[in-house]
Design a protein around this ligand. Structure first.
Ligand code: WT7
Length: 652
């Protein structure tokens, strides 16, 4: 977000004064309804996190809570545990054997319920299949799957044997999958014949095969049969999941992992063209997701939790797989789109299964709002008792609509700020304690030392600045896979030994945080991170493109959308046909989420005398603002021509 934009947002938000106290009956029954957790953490941060870690089952207790050699942290060293044991075995032993773990609904309407015992059996068997195929502790296993229970089973099976997983969102293109397989150097890929989305088939195995042509290192592919989708099976390399499972032994000893052993890699976009493999380890990560799931969602044994994210994103890792399952929760998993076959699919699911805790993204809420109140009103949503939001700032109008129309005015809303890198929720209300204000994620979770710094690294008591985390926290990323230098440079360079999140934020008089959006070259499309550089490299990869500059523009539903300014080579013709070709090209290189909303052709791009593209001016043009400082521009006429072109094309 540009600075002008930031200050406009700040002043608009300053006017937001509505407060919603926790409803009395909610508060009375809440797991936390006083300051005790905050007090404990304020008094002794490490003691607080130790207490949270005690909520896990450890094979061997840790010796040291924290070893901090900035920017490298180690938590609970000497401790040994297994994430799958914590999500399964301990519940089986504690009377939850027959409790529903995952109630799954396929987009076409099938329903499957897997109890903790079922999950335990499947995970054990699949862990044995992986072992039999030669997967060992430390080997990276890539997943490219639809939202089916086998994805959760597969991930937990990897955790059981100590093989870090790398889940690639099923909506990514073969090219994106290939890059991630290469970077992680995976020898095993787990995929499915396909999945359903809006009534269409996602031909995952077919797409995986395209990626695999350039992944000679992949020796084993396991295919889950989701439907009856046509596919090619390569003898020797490809195996059907159900065939393997038929012969699998029922029990697999969980690998005792060191607290700091790698649990998984998850790729996310940064400021360069190359996605980064964020590393999460075992003890600290499990502590963070266990504690936040329980206290942020006020999760009780009788709750039915539904996080609508895909397991391909961190939200699904932390709040479908590890957090809820470590807490022994019953949860809903849904495969498909919210508007299939109709726009009330989510509300139908809430009613059908009696969902009580519902966690979704602002982009979805804005779409529901636009579709109209009649869709939720067709259903009985009275089982809901808490609502959550994640992925981007929620605009106060959407917050109010969510509160009234979905929550019936009785459900607290937890607006949770966090990142792939933070592993778990960092800034959030505690629903039985915090008075909420639409648009603000309120205050840091106990034990999290968030602050707002100015350019010089001074804390800003009231006002805007950069969002930082001053002390290490258990679920923090441990690095970027294969690139420790980039890890230091990306997060620890702006301020000494302080984590810089890449977001702008402001703090109001009540000490509440208002996260405003990214301040780097990352845009947030529908709650998903896209790097402008990644889209630029996809564009210049096309033979017609000479140069491109990508920016984020405001979008009613998506929050932000991708706009690309493009100069083309001689011999190509600008216009609708090329625009479509280029949009398709980006979709093919990265995936539909990165597809530009607009492509603006132009003879030149505004540059400094040293040749750096001035994206700030492009944002001014795209948002129809007066141009900021143009004195460093090499050729001032370029922006005027561009402004005219933009108006012609977009009607800005
Ligand atoms: C970026 C992280 C965390 C899971 C989903 C996205 C933005 C996230 C909020 C929120 C304002 C938010 C930030 C952050 N963001 N939640 N509640 N309010 N902004 O994970 O892809 O790692 O993206 O999403 O800009 O840096 P991610």
């Amino acid at each position: 977000m540009s600075n002008d934009n930031l200050s406009a947002t700040i002043s608009a938000l300053l006017e937001e004064k509505r407060h919603f106290d926790p409803p009395k009956d909610f508060q009375d029954k809440a797991l936390v309804n006083d300051q005790s957790l905050y007090d404990l953490a304020a008094k002794d941060r490490l003691a607080f996190w130790e207490k949270m870690a005690e909520g896990l089952d450890w094979f061997q207790k840790w010796d040291k809570t924290l070893e901090w050699n900035p920017p490298f942290a180690k938590w609970f060293t000497g401790g040994k545990l297994n994430a799958s044991y914590n999500c399964l075995d301990r519940h089986i032993k504690n009377g939850l054997r027959n409790k529903a773990a995952i109630i799954w609904e396929g987009e076409p309407g099938e329903q499957r319920t897997l109890t903790y015992w079922d999950m335990y059996r499947e995970v054990n068997k699949f862990a044995n299949c992986l072992k039999k195929l030669g997967v060992k502790k430390g080997d990276r296993v890539t997943f490219y799957m639809p939202m089916i229970p086998e994805l959760a089973i597969g991930v937990l099976a990897c955790a059981r044997i100590g093989a870090p997983h790398s889940v690639v969102f099923g909506g990514f293109s073969p090219d994106a999958l290939k890059d991630r397989i290469h970077d992680a150097d995976s020898k095993v890929l787990i995929t499915a014949d396909g999945g359903y989305r809006r009534g269409n088939l996602l031909p995952l195995k077919h797409d995986a095969d395209i990626a695999l042509r350039e992944c000679p290192g992949v020796e084993t592919v396991i295919i889950v049969k989701r439907g009856d989708f046509p596919l090619h099976v390569k003898e020797g390399r490809d195996h059907w999941y159900h065939r393997l499972m038929q012969q699998a032994e029922p029990y697999c000893e969980p690998e005792p992992m060191d607290s700091e052993d790698l649990l998984y890699l998850l790729y996310t976009s940064g400021t360069t063209g190359k996605p980064k493999g964020i590393m999460h380890t075992t003890g600290g990560y499990m502590t963070g997701v266990l504690a936040t799931t329980k206290y942020v969602f006020d999760m009780k044994p009788e709750d039915v939790f539904w996080c609508t994210a895909d397991i391909g994103w961190v939200t699904g890792h932390s709040y479908i797989v590890y957090g809820p399952m470590a807490n022994g929760a019953t949860q809903i998993m849904y495969e498909g789109a919210p508007d299939w076959p109709d726009r009330d699919r989510f509300w139908e699911i809430v009613e059908k299964y009696g969902v009580s805790l519902f966690y979704t993204a602002p982009t979805a809420i804005r779409a529901f709002m636009k579709w109209g109140d009649q869709w939720p009103q067709k259903h009985d949503l009275s089982t809901l008792r808490l609502l959550g939001s994640v992925g981007e700032p929620i605009n106060p109008e959407a917050w109010m609509w969510y509160h009234q129309v979905i929550g019936g005015g009785r459900c607290p809303i937890v607006d949770t700020w966090w990142q792939t890198e933070t592993g778990a929720i960092m800034i959030t209300p505690l629903p039985g304690v915090t008075s909420t204000t639409p648009g603000s994620a309120t205050t840091p979770f106990p034990g999290v030392s968030a602050d707002i710094f100015d350019e010089q690294g001074e804390s800003v008591p009231v006002g805007g600045g950069y969002l930082v985390l001053k002390e290490p926290w258990p679920s923090m990323l441990r690095g970027i896979w294969g690139d420790p230098e980039r890890f230091k440079e990306q997060y620890w360079n702006k301020y000494e030994n302080i984590y810089f999140a890449g977001d702008g934020a402001k703090r109001d008089e009540d000490g509440y945080f208002w996260v405003l959006g990214r301040v780097d070259d990352v845009i947030n499309v529908s709650g998903h991170r896209i790097s402008t550089m990644e889209v630029e490299s996809a564009l210049v990869d096309h033979p017609s493109v000479a140069e491109s500059a990508v920016i984020g523009i405001n979008h009613e539903l998506k929050g932000q959308a991708v706009a690309a300014f493009v100069t083309i080579k001689d011999g190509y013709e600008m216009g609708g046909a090329l625009e479509k070709t280029l949009k398709d090209h980006v979709t093919q290189k990265i995936g539909p989420i990165a597809k530009p909303e607009k492509i603006i052709f132009s003879a030149d791009l505004p540059k400094t005398r040293s040749g750096k593209i001035m994206r700030r001016l492009l944002r001014d043009i795209a948002e129809g603002r007066a141009l900021g400082d143009t004195t460093t521009l090499a050729d001032a006429s370029v922006v005027q021509r561009l402004q005219r072109r933009y108006e012609e094309e977009v009607g800005a």
